[in-house]
Design a protein around this ligand. Structure first.
Ligand code: AHR
Length: 517
């Protein structure tokens, strides 16, 4: 992998280094007495595709690698992911899923046929990482598998047999093939997607055609060994509400979840250039953060359409691709989607979590794109080196929200504006954790000004507060292989807790998570 080059222009560096000028004030009310829906841990899901150096080098190095590994999977990456409590991992794509033929990825590795990864750089895929390696990865990390079946270039038979291979305990052809390949017991497969982006790279289908195909595939994908696989139908691209309406009307009653993809492009639209991951203006900074508000709008509107066919909200909205998509790092393969990750991206992730929490009654899963070395990654690797990105740290800080119960928190905040683009400077999200602590997160996106939040606590809230902060000198601060700890969480004590009040002073561009017992 080509090392990351940070070429900060003098002007940008000066802008980013500007110190906090004033302190803003915001008011909030936390309703600890009004618990809402459960915030599924699956909202903190990940996605790993056969794309660039996500699987190969980022996860899989092979058993003979000098990089410490367990059965070919790198130990440093697994340890970092375990610490993140990754709940669920989506694989093998993405666009790759609709050209992936699972039988090519089983059996002795030296006999597996190669293929061309046509979507991602046209590189040769040797199929060294297949079904067994994926489930091994999930077992090592301790997460649940979410497999995407090939609809675009596959067949219902292929999908049906893959599910049988993975989950059947019968004396059946596919289960016996699995046994022959070294795995006696079936794996647990909680989640299965029927195709990926069928409106685009997954086959350029019309929603009517996809919906009928979904029904067809769904018929042949069986449940084995007492397992019930949660079936996710291919949903819309961003604001394609027509797709949601048609697919829900034709196939809504046959699905458990409907996917939705939305990427944030700093330039505001799908153009080249999309915007640099590290060399961005304040205009691009605010444009990027507005992505979270677009996500809120999309989830609200798609959910309203789903309500027409599913008023009880039995069908989950599965946001199985989201995150910031920038230009690739200079000098890297454009087909590998390798980008750096900054404090801005951590703020974007925190804002997205707030959106997913708010819609916890409908959003059953979300998977950031992607886990290692691709797009808004948690982890970057360079041969034997590994670093954790600011986005990794914000996922780690939010672990207390996994399977928590949503608590409403209203915030009145001054606006942060750049030209005509405006967003609230301060936002918050809160929940009661599984350990019955109140967990509150405050985000201040203003890159210059600190903000003091006076928060009224309604209902029962403890008094012992532990808090951590993620902030940085500049909005484009990032971790590099030379300086991997530039943006890391720290203990935080700029708060006062007394009576029914909590006062918190948030530095500029910061995420603070408080755990109140
Ligand atoms: O995450 C990268 C790509 O973005 C995925 O393969 C595809 O589903 C989406 O368009």
């Amino acid at each position: 992998m080509i090392p990351i080059r940070l070429l900060l222009s003098t002007a940008l560096a000066a802008f980013c280094a500007t110190a906090s000028a004033e302190s803003l004030t915001a008011q909030a009310t936390l309703h600890a007495d009004q618990p809402g829906a459960t915030i599924s841990r699956h909202i903190y899901g990940q996605f790993a595709e056969h794309l660039g150096h996500c699987i190969y080098e980022g996860i899989w190095v092979g058993e003979n690698s000098s990089i410490p590994n367990t059965r070919g999977i790198r130990n440093d990456v697994v340890a970092a992911l375990k610490n993140l409590q990754v709940p669920v991992l989506r694989w093998p794509g993405g666009c790759f899923a609709d050209e992936y033929h699972w039988r090519d990825g089983i059996g002795p590795r030296e006999k597996r046929p190669a293929m061309i990864n046509t979507h991602w750089g046209g590189v040769v895929e040797n199929n060294n990482f297949g079904t067994h390696e994926f489930f091994d990865l999930c077992e090592q990390v301790g997460c649940e598998p979410y497999v995407c079946a090939n609809v675009g270039s596959g067949t219902p038979q292929e999908a049906m047999e893959w599910v049988e291979y993975m989950t059947s305990d019968a004396d059946s052809p596919m289960a016996n093939l699995r046994r022959k390949n070294g795995r006696e017991k079936p794996w647990k497969l909680p989640f299965l997607a029927v195709g990926n982006e069928s409106w685009g790279c997954g086959g350029n289908m019309r929603p009517e055609y996809y919906a009928d195909n979904y029904r067809r595939y769904n018929t042949f994908v069986k449940n084995y060994a007492g397992q019930k696989v949660y079936r996710v139908a291919g949903g819309p691209n961003s604001d394609d509400y027509h797709w949601t309406d048609v697919v829900m009307s034709i196939a809504g009653k046959y699905m458990d979840g409907l996917s939705m993809h939305m990427y944030t492009i700093p330039a505001g639209h799908w153009t080249t250039p999309k915007g640099s991951a590290t060399q961005f203006s304040e205009n691009e900074y605010v444009m990027t953060l507005k992505g979270a508000y677009m996500m809120d709008e999309l989830v609200t509107k798609h959910s309203a359409i789903m309500d027409k066919y599913d008023p009880e909200k039995k069908v989950g909205l599965v946001v199985d691709e989201w995150g910031v998509w920038t230009d690739v790092e200079p000098g890297t393969n454009p087909g590998f989607l390798y980008q750096q990750n900054s404090m801005r991206d951590a703020l974007l992730a925190a804002l997205h979590f707030g959106v997913f929490h708010k819609h916890a009654d409908r959003v059953s899963m979300a998977n950031i794109a992607q886990m290692v070395n691709v797009l808004q990654a948690m982890i970057l690797t360079d041969k034997e080196k590994m670093l954790l990105t600011p986005t990794y740290h914000v996922f780690e800080m939010y672990k207390g929200f996994q399977d928590s119960q949503f608590l409403p928190i209203e915030v009145t905040s001054p606006e942060y504006s750049v030209g005509d683009k405006k967003i609230p400077a301060v936002t918050a999200t809160a929940a009661i954790s599984k350990a019955k602590h109140v967990v509150v997160s405050f985000v201040n996106v203003d890159p210059r000004n600190s903000a003091t939040v006076s928060c009224k606590l309604a209902g029962k809230v403890g008094t012992t507060v532990k808090a951590r902060i993620l902030t940085a000198e500049a909005m484009n601060s990032c971790n590099t292989f030379d300086k991997p700890n530039t943006v890391v969480p720290k203990a935080f004590d700029a708060f006062k807790r007394s009576g029914d009040q909590l006062q918190v002073t948030l530095p500029s561009k910061s995420v603070v998570v408080l755990d109140i017992e």
